[in-house]
Design a protein around this ligand. Structure first.
Ligand code: AMP
Ligand code: ZN
Length: 497
């Protein structure tokens, strides 16, 4: 089977034919770096990572270029910088915010098993390319200057709106466009705007004297051009970006370069909600990747469980992010990984898994295929399939969802722990006794420490180390010391932080 992808532009599943099989090119809109990335932001990162892996498999790793930008110029960044570092000059404060956020983003998505893209261009490093495109659009008659802004003239492009397939009225409502008096048409959008004193600014294009900064949409047109060329194969992002962002990217690139398309295949992931509700800070259900990894609903979750929870739903479907779902995925991984650590992955990838992926990235079918390989006992194929999806197949990497969360021993957490234990949850392993109250937990730890010290006395260091490692896997750190008076070995413990 050949790769088939659903194309938002044509509203059909189509055979994928790259412009140049020796260099398959994909661009995905990346994060605006002002705050922790939330679990919704993780969805396109994981989905397009799987597509990147598949393209590398089909065309060869050196024949795929994947570009994911970093938006580091934005009003939200300016506001956050002023709020967080009020004593610093704004530009310095902005650098602090963007550097810190970008680093956090990289740590987060690496923990989710995502490969680094081929290039991660920053908007602020492509201002010259943006200005060049803006100048060309003004010269072409597709953009005009008004009150120190440069605006794209939507009326100059007869098929504007093709990607989203909306009527002009719908677009106006959807975009909540600013009906500024200087616009010729309410749909015209900003390519460049003046900066207020103290805000980041660059010398303006198109003969404008006031320094300014680019609009959001032109960033992606310029960065994709510089890294992938005027026309490329795949453009991706979340479904919310179809309009206006991607529609406007298309308008800018096609009109600047006189090309019939910007990218041939437009892919969009569906939206993610949390426990059946739209995720919003005001609803208190806003979940960041960092929070999931360090402690969500009483547990730090392994990145691999988060990844599987994302992939067991098809990327175009809405996804409901739930505690139950995540817990279930962790359990599935625990079962799949049983006895897998030392198994060498098969040389050939399991055909059924690759075929499922070739069918518009049907990851739920890949999950079914992996269950089949587990049932049939083909562990080498199972491991190859897991590794291909970015899952390690090693229990040591999914031990982190331990019950002993610092400060997390409230009643609610204990109920959950009890429920997880009742399901034979991996956090407890097969030999660990459930400890649903702090008191019982402490007794359990003490008794294990005693067993360990008895083993040490008997010079059974292997057994002693095993017990120590088991406690470490539960999030408990041991400290050994000698009682200065008696010379006796004293072991204390603490929750690992
Ligand atoms: P933003 O930082 O809001 O521009 O979003 C970065 C990426 O995350 C874009 O591709 C968005 O479409 C995507 N995204 C944001 N929120 C969600 C969500 N709740 N579900 C799925 N994708 C999302
Ligand atoms: Zn973009």
């Amino acid at each position: 089977m050949a790769l088939r992808l659903y194309n938002t532009l044509t509203r059909k599943k189509e055979d994928f034919r790259p412009l140049d099989p020796a260099n398959v090119r994909m661009y995905v809109c990346g994060p605006t770096v002002y705050d922790f990335a939330h679990i919704g932001n993780a969805r396109p990162v994981i989905v397009f990572d799987v597509l990147f892996r598949l393209l590398r498999h089909l065309y060869g790793p050196e024949h795929v270029t994947y570009v994911r930008n970093v938006t580091d110029v934005d009003d939200k960044i300016n506001a956050r910088a002023a709020e967080e570092y009020p004593d610093l000059p704004l530009n310095e404060a902005i650098r602090c915010v963007t550097e810190k956020t970008e680093k956090q983003f990289h740590e987060d998505v690496a923990a989710l098993g995502c490969l680094p893209p081929t290039a991660e261009p920053r908007a602020t490093e492509h201002i010259a390319a943006m200005k060049e495109m803006i100048e060309d659009l003004v010269k072409n008659g597709c953009a005009y200057v008004a009150e120190d802004h440069v605006l794209f003239d939507v009326a100059s492009m007869p098929d504007y709106g093709k990607l989203s397939g909306r009527s002009l009225d719908e677009m106006i409502a959807g975009a909540r466009v600013e009906v500024a008096p200087y616009k010729r048409d309410p749909m015209d959008f900003v390519l460049w705007k003046p900066s207020k004193p103290g805000e980041p600014s660059w010398p303006s294009p198109a003969g404008i004297a006031t320094p300014g900064r680019p609009g959001w949409h032109i960033e992606c047109s310029a960065m994709s051009w510089k890294h992938l060329g005027q026309t490329f194969d795949i453009h991706g992002g979340g479904i919310d970006l179809v309009f206006p962002h991607h529609e406007n990217e298309i308008a800018q690139s096609r009109c600047a370069f006189h090309t019939p398309v910007m990218a041939n295949y437009w892919l969009h992931n569906g939206f993610l909600q949390v426990e059946g509700e739209k995720m919003a800070k005001s609803l208190g259900n806003f979940v960041t990747i960092h929070e999931l990894l360090t402690g969500w609903k009483g547990f730090p979750w392994p990145g691999e469980a988060i990844r599987l929870h994302m992939l067991r739903t098809h990327y175009r479907q809405p996804l409901d992010w739930t505690f139950e779902g995540l817990n279930e995925c962790h359990k599935v991984l625990w079962e799949w990984y049983d006895g897998l650590t030392l198994v060498s992955p098969a040389d050939n990838l399991p055909k059924v898994a690759i075929e499922a992926l070739e069918d518009d990235l049907n990851t739920p079918n890949v999950v079914t295929a992996l269950h089949g390989l587990k049932r049939s006992g083909d562990l080498a194929a199972l491991k190859a399939g897991l590794n291909f999806l970015g899952l390690s197949g090693d229990r040591a990497n999914i031990l982190r969802a331990v019950p002993f969360v610092a400060g997390g021993w409230e009643d609610a957490a204990n109920k959950v722990i009890g429920a997880r234990h009742a399901q034979g949850h991996p956090a407890f392993g097969s030999t660990v006794v459930a400890v649903p109250t702090p008191l019982a937990r402490d007794e359990e730890i003490r008794s294990r420490i005693e067993k360990r010290n008895a083993a040490r006395k008997a010079k059974d260091f292997k057994e002693a180390d095993r017990i120590r490692d088991e406690l470490a896997a539960m999030g408990i750190e041991l400290k050994d010391a000698k009682d200065p008076k008696t010379g006796e070995l004293v072991t204390t413990w603490q929750v690992a932080r």
